[in-house]
Design a protein. Structure first.
Length: 434
C-alpha cells in the first residue's frame, strides 16, 4: 500500500465529511477515506440534525508522513472525532483484510490533488504548529465561554443596568474560549517607522512599507525558530528552497488564510474564523504590495508571491464558474467564492470589487517599475517576466485592464484604498507642514 487510509468509525448517516477540496454527505456504510497521498491534508465535518440541517463545520489537520492507517471514532455527545490507537496486530489485521475494508471507504478525490498541492506547497508542519489554534480544531463559528448559572440566579432580581448612549454597551460581554483562536501573525494596521524619524521619513515609510515588512518578518522568524522550524523544512521539494525561513512562513500563512476562505466561506454558519482568514489574507497581500525596496532586496519572495496569487485566483475563478453552473455537483468545496460572489451573507461588502484590482495593480506596477540594474543573479528579470505573465493571465480571466505596458507608465502613481483610511477617527489624515 503506497497511500494512506483514514478510518472514521461510527459516523452518523448524512454527516458532511470533507477532505481538502471535496466534501460529501456520507451513507450508513461509510467507514473512511482511502488512497490519500502523503503530506498535508485538511479534514472537516459537520453534524446534521433530524431534518438534515448542518451544524457548525469543524476541521483538523492530518500530516501523513508514511503509508498506513489512521483511525478516529465519532463521539456523538461532542460531535467530534477522537483518535483511536492502532496496535501492530490491528494494523496487520487491516492489511490482511484490506480488500474487504476498502469496500466501505470513499476514494480520495484525485482530480483535486494537483490544485491542492499548488495551494499548499509552502505550508510546513512548523507553519501549522505556529498558526493552528491550540485546541487543534478550526471552527466555522467562534467558540465562546459559557458562564455557569442556575434557575435561581436567572430568576433573581437584578439591578437595572445604567442607561447608555452607546448601543454596543447593551450587548452581552462575550469572551472567546481560550485555545480556539487562530494564531495569525500580527500585521500592523498602520505603517511602522524607525524611532526618531522626521516627518519626511515617516511619509517615506508610509509610501514604501519595506520597514514594516522587515519588522513583521523578524517576529515571524523568532516565533518559527522557537517552535523548531528550520530553513529546510518544506512541504514540497520544489516549493521555494531559496526562500528564507521567515519569507516562506509568511507565504505559508497567506496560503492557509486562503484555505479558510475556500473551505469555510460557503458554509451557512461561518463567522469570525473565516473572516479572520479573509482579513489576514488581505492584510498580507496589501503589505507586500506596498513595498518597493523589498522587491529589490527580496526578489525570490515576490517570485513565489506571484505564483501563490496566481494559483489562488485561478481557484477563485473556478469557484465563480461553479456558482454560475446550476448543474454542477454540490459536493465541491470550491463553491466558496470569497472573491466574486455578490451575495456573501450579511457582510456583502467583504469582497468589494475595488480591492483586488487595486492592490494587484499596485503590486505589479511596483514589480515592473523596479530598476533594471540586476545584481541578484537574474532574479529581478525573472520576477518581471513572471509579473508580465501574471498581468496577461489576469487580463484574460478578469478583464481588469492590468496590462504591463500601462503599468510601466504609472511609475509615480500612488494608490490609497479609500476603505483603508479612517477619515473620522483619531488617525484621520492630516496636512503636515514640512
Amino acid at each position: 500500500m503506497n497511500s494512506c487510509v483514514l478510518l472514521l468509525h461510527d459516523v452518523p448517516e448524512n454527516t458532511e465529511v470533507g477532505i481538502d477540496m471535496k466534501f460529501w454527505r456520507v451513507g450508513k456504510n461509510f467507514r473512511g477515506i482511502k488512497d490519500i497521498p502523503l503530506g498535508f491534508h485538511f479534514i472537516y465535518f459537520s453534524a446534521v440534525n433530524a431534518d438534515c440541517k448542518s451544524g457548525q463545520r469543524t476541521g483538523f489537520v492530518e500530516w501523513f508522513t508514511h503509508p498506513g492507517f489512521v483511525a478516529k471514532r465519532w463521539v456523538a455527545v461532542d460531535e467530534d472525532f477522537v483518535d483511536v490507537p492502532l496496535t501492530p496486530s490491528d494494523v496487520q489485521r487491516l492489511t490482511d483484510n484490506y480488500d474487504e475494508v476498502s469496500l466501505y471507504l470513499g476514494p480520495y478525490p484525485s482530480e483535486c490533488r494537483r490544485g491542492w498541492v499548488a495551494l499548499t506547497n509552502l505550508v510546513s508542519p512548523a507553519s501549522l504548529s505556529r498558526i493552528l489554534p491550540e485546541c487543534g480544531r478550526v471552527y466555522s463559528c467562534t467558540q465562546f465561554l459559557s458562564e455557569p448559572s442556575s434557575s435561581q440566579q436567572r430568576l433573581a432580581l437584578q439591578p437595572a443596568p445604567e442607561v447608555s448612549s452607546k448601543p454596543e454597551d447593551l450587548l452581552p460581554k462575550l469572551q472567546v474560549l481560550p485555545g480556539t483562536e487562530i494564531r495569525f501573525s500580527k500585521i500592523p494596521k498602520n505603517p511602522l517607522f524607525p524611532p526618531n524619524s522626521n516627518p519626511a521619513e515617516v511619509t517615506a515609510h508610509g509610501i514604501d512599507q519595506t520597514y514594516t515588512l522587515d519588522s513583521v518578518l523578524r517576529v515571524i522568524a523568532d516565533t518559527a525558530t522557537n517552535l523548531g522550524a528550520t530553513d529546510v523544512e518544506l512541504n514540497q521539494p520544489d516549493s521555494g528552497n531559496s526562500l528564507s525561513l521567515e519569507e516562506r512562513e509568511l507565504l505559508a500563512e497567506l496560503q492557509f488564510s486562503y484555505l479558510l476562505n475556500i473551505l469555510y466561506f460557503s458554509f451557512p454558519t461561518s463567522t469570525v474564523h473565516v473572516l479572520d482568514g479573509w482579513y489576514q489574507w488581505r492584510r498580507i497581500v496589501q503589505l507586500l504590495a506596498s513595498c518597493e525596496e523589498a522587491i529589490y532586496r527580496r526578489p525570490q519572495l515576490y517570485i513565489n508571491l506571484v505564483s501563490v496569487l496566481y494559483h489562488q485566483l485561478c481557484s477563485a475563478s473556478k469557484s465563480k464558474e461553479f456558482l454560475e453552473d446550476k448543474t454542477a455537483a454540490v459536493s465541491t468545496a470550491e463553491l466558496a467564492d470569497l472573491f466574486f460572489s455578490e451575495t456573501t451573507g450579511p457582510r456583502t461588502n467583504l469582497a468589494e470589487p475595488a480591492f483586488l484590482p487595486s492592490v494587484l495593480r499596485k503590486l505589479l506596477r511596483n514589480i515592473l517599475c523596479t530598476s533594471t540594474l540586476d545584481s541578484k543573479g537574474g532574479l529581478l528579470q525573472s520576477l518581471r517576466e513572471r509579473a508580465e505573465g501574471f498581468c496577461h493571465s489576469l487580463e484574460q480571466r478578469f478583464h481588469w485592464g492590468i496590462k504591463p505596458e500601462v503599468l510601466k507608465k504609472e511609475e509615480n502613481a500612488v494608490d490609497v484604498l479609500v476603505d483603508d483610511v479612517d477619515w473620522e477617527g483619531d488617525e484621520a489624515p492630516v496636512i503636515v507642514q514640512l
